[in-house]
Write a protein of this length. Sequence first.
Length: 95
Amino acid sequence: MGGIYATSLGGFLNPQPLQSMAIKVLILRHGGSENFEDLKPLLQRLRALALAQPGYVSGETYCNLENPAEYLVISTWGSLDQWTAWLNHEERASV
């Protein structure tokens, strides 16, 4: 699971080009539950970097209660172009 989902104030009744719509990005991460404490500073660093990016609206991280090694990260961006810029950002890749 994971992907990029678009939304707009007009919804399906008022379609807009994808590049001009707000998007939600869903990332499913797998890791060991014992590694979460090691991962936590990296996730916090990524969130701090994302906060400074144009178009970043919000972000949430969830842990699967039935599988503590699985995390769902949901972030909201102003547009697909802004998310793509962050996805390809050198500093993001280095973390």
